[in-house]
Design a protein around this ligand. Structure first.
Ligand code: GTP
Ligand code: MG
Length: 135
């Protein structure tokens, strides 16, 4: 079994998609083992997205992810990292398949509803940022 860090980003919360995302996660068989609604400060956002700090869109990314409440959760299950990335769909929601979270709900790359860790190593790092001392 494996853990992954998932965010329902501020666009997803604003649009009322918390239930839809959690419902897909549970239907798939992934288990929610931690969950919290919170607004990120810039420092936490920058730590979370550190790998993108040199990208031209980094400022926008931090501004967007701190723009309102998000839902952070830890999911657990067999190959949870890959399983949630498959549910989420491709990063660019124009290209993500219909039937995926992004494919069904988004059009703009900057507002693509969810985040999921991209590897077990990233998951461990991100879980420590969002839920220190919990695991
Ligand atoms: P996350 O699960 O959010 O990490 O998405 P990802 O792993 O599918 O993509 P990646 O880590 O490469 O990029 C992180 C986030 O940056 C994406 O989810 C997008 O919201 C945002 N992003 C990526 N490319 C662009 C871009 O060209 N412009 C803007 N505005 N945002 C981008
Ligand atoms: Mg990523």
């Amino acid at each position: 079994s494996e853990r992954t860090l998932v965010l329902i980003k501020p666009d997803g919360v604003k649009r009322g998609l918390i239930g839809d995302v959690i419902s897909r996660v549970e239907r798939k068989g992934l288990k929610v083992v931690a969950m919290d609604l919170r607004t990120l400060d810039a420092e936490t956002a920058k730590a979370h997205y550190a790998e993108h700090s040199e990208r031209p869109f980094f400022g926008e990314l931090v501004e967007f992810i701190t723009s309102g409440p998000l839902v952070a959760m830890v999911l657990e299950g067999p190959r949870a990292v890959e399983a949630f990335r498959a549910l989420a769909g491709a990063t660019d929601p124009v290209k993500s398949a219909p039937g995926t979270i992004r494919g069904d709900h988004a059009l703009e790359i900057g507002e693509n509803v969810v985040h999921g860790s991209d590897s077990p190593e990233s998951a461990a790092r991100e879980i420590k940022i969002f839920f220190p001392d919990r695991f």
